[in-house]
Design a protein around this ligand. Structure first.
Ligand code: CA
Length: 229
């Protein structure tokens, strides 16, 4: 199977060099030239690994990475940092980066580090989150209920992914709004109710309880769930 990678780098020459090297190494590669485009692709397409520049127009690499991680996107990410910007590295790791390469770099180093990341990720037992009959494949962004695929919008998917990362505890509407929306989005927590309603309908199984005045709680039906207190 051909592995699929994403390269997000605004320097067009460098982007082309990386893409050419990766394609030469046998990967299928998508490219993006700014943070918004990169974020969108990483949020909607399944990648085996991502090469992400930190200094990007429209949305910087750290913000892009933070949003992916909050949404449950856990593909390995190799960040590209400027040599003299050690703070980029710290921020990048805090945001969920798996490794970094400082510019200027040798392409061989990028290839070697990516190989290691992909191998490590493949070694993980599973990238699935499971709650009762619901299975969420965080790598492919797919949701299956009782073996049948359920088609969700990206907001619905992110909402479900967040709740499935936090089963067994009550999540407030405010917390969901903060994790689901960009800052410029209309932060109306009533919209969360609408999304939860749609999600319940699409999932067909009511695993999401409304806890009056507090928020929502997702628990697995059989013993596996965290005890309610
Ligand atoms: Ca850059």
């Amino acid at each position: 199977m051909r592995l699929r990678l994403l390269v997000v780098e605004d320097d067009r020459d460098l982007n082309r060099q990386i893409v050419t090297a990766l394609e030469g190494a046998g990967y299928a590669v998508d490219r993006a030239y700014d943070g918004e485009e990169g974020h969108f692709l990483g949020d909607t397409e399944p990648y085996d690994a991502v090469v992400l520049d930190i200094g990007l127009p429209k949305k910087d690499g750290v913000a892009v990475l933070e949003e992916w991680r909050k949404a449950g996107r856990n593909m390995p990410v190799l960040i590209l940092t400027a040599r003299d910007r050690w703070s980029d590295k710290v921020q990048g790791f805090d945001a969920g980066a798996d490794d970094y390469v400082a510019k200027p770099f040798h392409m061989e180093e990028v290839l070697a580090r990516l190989r290691a990341l992909v191998r490590r990720a493949a070694g993980h037992a599973t990238s699935d989150l499971v709650c009762g009959p619901i299975r969420l494949d965080t790598k492919a962004s797919r949701v299956v209920v009782d073996g049948a695929a359920v088609k969700l919008t990206s907001h619905e998917y992110r909402l479900l992914a967040y709740m499935m990362h936090h089963t067994g505890r009550v999540i407030s509407r405010t917390e969901l709004v903060e994790h689901l929306y960009d800052q410029d989005f209309d932060r109306d927590s009533n919209t969360i109710e609408v999304f939860v309603g749609r999600l319940r309908k699409k999932l067909g199984v009511d695993m999401i309880q409304t806890v009056r005045g507090l928020g929502y709680l997702m628990t697995a039906p059989e013993g596996a769930a965290a005890p309610l207190r």
